[in-house]
Write a protein of this length. Structure first.
Length: 174
């Protein structure tokens, strides 16, 4: 058998990366409960998924240790906390310097209004999701910080008019 075909059946893992944890139906059920109600007690989760307390607790602990569960948060309504504008910024970074992308990525981490940052394919290098109090405050952020991020050669903004769908729930198979 040709080795190149054999290798295609296995995912290549980055250095330090662990293979994904194999999840069974009970793991998926537990994750679904936690995606809906992260503050559920082990007793509540156990009752919902039909598992006794200790095995349920061990599974939740294993899911945390394997970094399937990476944290627990309280989700806030942006409007309720005065953040009425969501903008998306497409960024092109000048690749003239060897560390351009890394410097940009490091700088993005220091801007609290940037909620998400994705390296993307196509004519742009990055897509940012940004929240602001108003269009005017977004404009100030754009002029004072965003266009001055390391390596930015062009930026195009899109302001969201309304949020049609928003979820934090991953579509778990099973």
């Amino acid at each position: 058998m040709d080795d190149t075909n054999k290798d295609s059946a296995f995912a290549v893992l980055a250095e330090g990366q662990r293979p994904p944890l194999r999840l069974d139906a009970l793991d998926i059920a537990i994750l679904r409960v936690l995606q809906d109600r992260a503050n559920s007690s082990i007793a509540d989760i156990s009752a919902i998924v039909g598992l006794s307390h200790t095995p349920c607790w061990k599974r939740v602990r294993r899911l945390h240790e394997a970094r399937v569960i990476t944290g627990q948060v309280s989700l806030l309504d942006p409007l309720a906390v005065g953040l009425g504008v969501t903008a998306f910024a497409h960024i092109r970074v000048d690749l003239g310097e060897a560390d351009s992308l890394e410097r940009f990525e490091a700088a993005v981490a220091d801007v609290p209004q940037i909620m998400e940052c994705y390296a993307v394919s196509g004519s742009w290098n990055f897509l940012l999701k940004i929240v602001a109090e108003s269009v005017e405050s977004y404009e100030r952020l754009l002029k004072k910080k965003l266009i001055h991020l390391p390596g930015v050669s062009s930026l195009e903004s899109t302001i969201a008019l309304s949020r049609v769908k928003h979820t934090t729930r991953l579509p778990l198979a099973g």
